[in-house]
Write a protein that binds this ligand. Structure first.
Ligand code: HEC
Length: 293
């Protein structure tokens, strides 16, 4: 019986752990998704703050002959804010890019992966986000990308021809890159990457702890069940069976004391007691008959 119970317990634990692995996996995925959406939204908010609040103040400075003030450019502020965030060790593996095929700042030149993402957005204009896994030197990362589309004519002041751009911009960035953008063209993509290894490792640790707790709980339940069964049923059964055997030979010397119990063992003991008495009577009658001449 112990083996059957152990097999049932082991199978239950296995099924429970497999189901929990699925559940924890989904939770880990959703945590990663949540982190990347929050990250992307925060960067979009920085961009918005720059175009709404900072640009109107700084833009006039760029009209003059001095050096260009990139603080007026949303792309610059988002990437700068992110660089401060990345200085903290816990964000070292995160990345934020505003990659363009033909960028103003060569730092933003799309690499081969980013070029693939931007081409995808250019070929499928209805696509608003792209998410997936990306292999990096630091291991596989989760990425989310959004297209950067030129929706305002005002962008073209600085991104169409060097002649239209402020002189200060040309002084800082030159005139060979970041021009020729068209209205409604997808020129690049915002791409956030979020590490997933730590989240999956935490998931595996939780799964291991839960499985261990299951095993401990099942073993405890098994041991307690075993001892209770032994105490309440198995031991009295063995005792009744031993007495029944004895009663088959010498019924008079045996007493089924368990008959005072109110459970099934008591019922069994009462039946055996009655059988023992019948047996004793039959044996007596047999003896009497044999004694007669
Ligand atoms: C005043 C000139 C100016 C205007 C207006 C402007 N940009 Fe830019 N943009 C720049 C400069 C300069 C950079 C490079 C900033 C840096 O050093 O990070 C840049 C960078 C970018 C980048 C990052 C890729 C790259 O080229 O380095 C994107 C994307 C971008 N701009 C999109 C836009 C969009 C969309 C608009 C309109 C909403 C716009 N820009 C309006 C000057 C401008």
């Amino acid at each position: 019986m112990a083996i059957t119970l152990s097999a049932i317990f082991a199978l239950s634990i296995l099924v429970a752990v497999l189901l929990l692995n699925q559940l924890f996996g989904l939770q880990a995925r959703s945590l990663i998704d949540q982190r990347s959406s929050f990250f992307m939204d925060a960067m979009l908010a920085v961009r918005e703050y720059t175009s709404k609040d900072v640009n109107p103040i700084v833009a006039p400075l760029n009209e003059g002959a001095g050096a260009f003030r990139p603080e007026s450019v949303p792309s610059y502020s988002a990437q700068t804010v992110f660089s401060y965030l990345k200085a903290k060790p816990e964000y070292r593996e995160y990345s934020y890019r505003e990659a363009a095929l033909n960028p103003t700042n060569l730092r933003d030149k799309a690499d081969s992966f980013e070029t693939g993402v931007i081409e995808r957005f250019r070929n499928e204009p209805s696509l608003t986000t792209l998410a997936g896994e990306k292999n990096t030197p630091l291991g596989p990362m989760h990425f989310v990308a959004r297209p950067i589309k030129i929706t305002k004519e005002s962008c073209l002041v600085c991104h169409s021809t060097p002649a239209r751009a402020p002189a200060s911009q040309l002084l800082t960035y030159g005139d060979s890159s970041g021009f020729g953008w068209k209205l409604n063209e997808i020129v690049g993509a915002q791409i956030v990457t979020v590490p997933q290894k730590a989240v999956f490792e935490a998931k595996d640790r939780s799964l291991f702890t839960t499985a261990l707790l299951f095993v401990i709980a099942f073993v405890a339940v098994g041991l307690i069940t075993n001892s209770v069964l032994n105490q309440l049923i198995l031991r009295p059964m063995r005792e009744i069976s031993r007495k029944a055997e004895e009663a088959s030979v010498t019924p008079a010397t045996v007493s089924f004391d368990e008959r005072s119990r109110s459970d099934e063992i008591g019922l069994l003991a009462r039946s055996f007691e009655r059988m023992k008495q019948s047996l004793a009577i039959s044996m007596q009658m047999l003896k009497d008959r044999q004694g007669r001449p």
